[in-house]
Design a binder for this molecule. Structure first.
Ligand SMILES: Nc1ncnc2c1ncn2[C@@H]1O[C@H](COP(=O)(O)OP(=O)(O)OP(=O)(O)O)[C@@H](O)[C@H]1O
Ligand SMILES: [Mg+2]
Length: 340
């Protein structure tokens, strides 16, 4: 697997009146070419902030206070996106890395027809492109999202929420990007439309080989389409690995809690347990593991919840990594024991 985007020690802070809020805390991970990655975390865990960091679109009072985001181009040449100026970054934004922002359906301009959205987007990056050419391409990408090309003549208010979301996915495809970041692409849609959109995204991934990154709080919706999963808690990645591997044997107590909380159709919902407590306020310096107040291992007195030890992540196997040093030790010890 070749890397496509490498995020290294990315920290993003919001400078607020009542203090400094660290929404992304020293985040490091790699996105590989042609994979489908899911970044999961509850509301406020920092998913959208991480996405804006990757795109260097963090707005004041937010600031990237440290870290790098490397992009590997077709020839595997490595570029630090955060060192580029706006014009240079525009060569990557949308052309290489496209985004469907959270709640973006409301971002469609109500006074512009859908075709004008496509034209504006393309001309912003390629001012010389003939209009007929853009319309032809727009028709092609609308087919990928299973929309009739008539919608080009419509205004946004004439479309349903699910249709608007599909227009936005089509819009993200218009410049043939290598990767699309999708921030809560199916939230606020009914279950049938959610599945329909995920199905067509899977289809687009298979046909075009485009790398997909889903950012969502809804682990159950995307678990069937992702190859790898990264779990975010209070601004930190706490675990990542192959989705089957993580589901089979989660190596962080937060992931365990998340998986325990998902109801299934033929399940006794009374058996499902919510994770006790609430996520922490992010305006503070942490002196212990961020998850410890909600962690059964800590509450049972089996772990001291050292902050120092949770500042790094630990490999449990070749592809799975966790921030929980206690579980890492247990799982790795068991594996060694089995193999011995
Ligand atoms: N513009 C901002 N000003 C101040 N704080 C912000 C701003 N944007 C985000 N935050 C804070 O950063 C933290 C992470 O927010 P973010 O929107 O990235 O979370 P999220 O995981 O995307 O949540 P959701 O699932 O609700 O979309 C939160 O504590 C939030 O309050
Ligand atoms: Mg968000």
């Amino acid at each position: 697997m070749k890397p496509l985007i490498e995020v290294k020690n990315l920290t993003i802070e919001f400078f607020l009146k009542n203090g400094k809020l660290r929404a992304c805390d020293n985040v490091s991970f790699t996105i590989y070419k042609n994979e489908v990655l899911g970044i999961i975390g509850e509301s406020g865990s920092g998913k959208s902030t991480l996405a804006s960091g990757i795109l260097n679109l963090v707005q004041s009072p937010g600031k990237i206070t440290s870290g790098e985001v490397y992009y590997y181009d077709e020839n595997d040449k490595k570029v630090n996106l955060l060192e580029l100026n706006t014009d240079e970054f525009n060569e990557y934004r949308w052309k290489e890395i496209a985004t469907v922002f959270q709640a973006a359906q409301n971002a469609l301009n109500p006074v512009l027809r859908i075709k004008e959205h496509f034209i504006e987007t393309v001309l912003a990056h390629d001012s010389g492109r003939p209009i007929e050419d853009i319309i032809k391409k727009a028709e092609e990408v609308l087919k990928y999202v299973r929309l009739d090309t008539n919608v080009l003549e419509y205004y946004p208010h004439q479309l349903s929420g699910g249709m608007k979301q599909r227009v936005l996915i089509a819009l993200s495809l218009i410049l043939d990007p290598k990767v699309i970041l999708l921030d809560e692409p199916t939230t606020a849609l009914d279950v049938i439309t959610q599945w329909y959109i995920l199905d067509l995204l899977k289809d687009i991934h298979e046909r075009l080989g485009v790398t997909l990154i889903f950012l969502t709080h809804d682990i159950s919706v995307i678990s069937g389409v992702i190859d790898r999963i990264a779990v975010m808690y209070a601004g930190e990645l706490v675990e990542y690995g192959k989705v089957t591997d993580v589901f089979e044997e989660p190596s962080h107590p937060y992931t365990k809690g998340l998986l325990n909380a998902i109801p299934t159709l033929n399940d006794d919902v009374t058996q499902r347990k919510a994770i006790p407590g609430n996520p922490p306020n992010l305006i503070q310096e942490f002196n212990e593991c961020k998850f410890s107040p909600r962690c059964s291992i800590f509450l049972d007195g089996e772990c001291k919840g050292s902050r120092e030890k949770t500042k790094i992540m630990y490999f449990v196997n070749d592809t799975k990594c966790t921030r929980c040093y206690e579980l890492a030790e247990r799982l790795t010890t068991v594996k060694t024991g089995e193999g011995a």
